[in-house]
Design a protein around this ligand. Structure first.
Ligand SMILES: [Zn+2]
Length: 291
């Protein structure tokens, strides 16, 4: 049973605990149909995607959150982007056979890098932690403990059809009133199975775990696949590459072709396009473009 792409928040009415559950169906399929991943890489990428949606929704910002795992093992790169309105894209790179091994082993000397790019401000937030632990959930719990000093627990699951996740977070509570409530919520959360997390609708998960608590469930928020690549972005990359390098590619291949890693869209630049990229920028503002 597919539950649809959505993220839903919930609150414990009588304890400073918040939660979120995310389901990725079409969003996850859109990632999988663009590349054939070995099953272990696929499941890790799906879990990372679910975790990124959950993390994005715990932060107030306007822009995009980029989650990267860089490693030296069979899996050398995982990238997930999630905008503040939950448009997502993801890609993984690996080499050779990828065994059924714990995350920390698969990424070798891995680092988890969380970057937040905001639209309006020049602010760019970045946090880097070592990938510790056997799973994506453990790596994230470590990230939350170090970077946000908030007790957080995650449960993640992913297969060839869906990716899903649940987050519980203990909110700052000056009175430290209810330690038991947090312990109880985590204990009950741990009884969810991978299969239940993937297949059950949010309301049913909440009922199964927390029917003895007062839970306020907020309305569903959409999640979708959307690639943010564009011709302008590729032009910026070519400018960074430099005119000499671009000319040498043109000389060898006749044109410059760039495929987007995330969505497979191709961008081609012939000699005239390429010269324009490096033409001096006009000093007077350009006329407004018509759409
Ligand atoms: Zn793209």
């Amino acid at each position: 049973m597919l539950t649809g792409d959505s993220l839903q928040r919930f609150l414990f009415e009588h304890a400073p605990i918040r939660g979120e559950i995310v389901h990725l169906d079409a969003t996850w399929q859109a990632v999988l149909e663009r590349r054939d991943y070995p099953s272990r890489v696929r499941d890790i990428l799906g879990e990372l995607m679910a975790a990124s949606a959950l993390l994005t929704s715990t932060i107030k910002f306007d822009g995009r959150l980029i989650m990267q795992v860089q490693g030296s093992g069979p899996i050398n790169l995982l990238v997930v982007e999630c905008t503040s309105d939950r448009a997502m894209r993801a890609v993984a790179q690996w080499k050779g056979e990828v065994p059924e091994a714990p995350l920390s082993e698969l990424v070798g000397d891995g680092r988890l890098i969380v970057t937040i790019d905001t639209h309006n401000a020049k602010e760019r937030y970045q946090a880097v932690v070592n990938v510790e632990g056997l799973s994506v959930a453990a790596a994230f719990e470590n990230y939350f403990a170090r970077s946000e000093q908030l007790e957080t627990r995650l449960w993640l699951a992913s297969d060839a059809h869906q990716a899903a996740g649940m987050l519980l977070q203990r909110m700052p509570d000056s009175l430290q009133t209810d330690d038991d409530a947090w312990q109880r919520a985590v204990h009950l959360g741990s009884t969810i199975t991978r299969q239940e997390l993937l297949a059950l609708p949010v309301r049913e998960i909440i009922h199964r775990l927390y029917h003895e608590e007062d839970i306020r469930l907020f309305s569903r928020m959409p999640v979708s696949f959307r690639c943010s690549c564009s011709r302008e972005r590729v032009e910026r990359v070519l400018r960074m590459l430099g005119q000499d390098e671009v000319r040498s590619i043109l000389h060898e291949q006749g044109s410059v072709h760039v495929d987007c890693e995330f969505c497979g869209n191709g961008y081609t630049f012939d000699q005239i396009d390429a010269e324009q990229i490096f033409a001096p920028q006009p000093t007077i503002p350009a006329a407004p473009t018509r759409h």
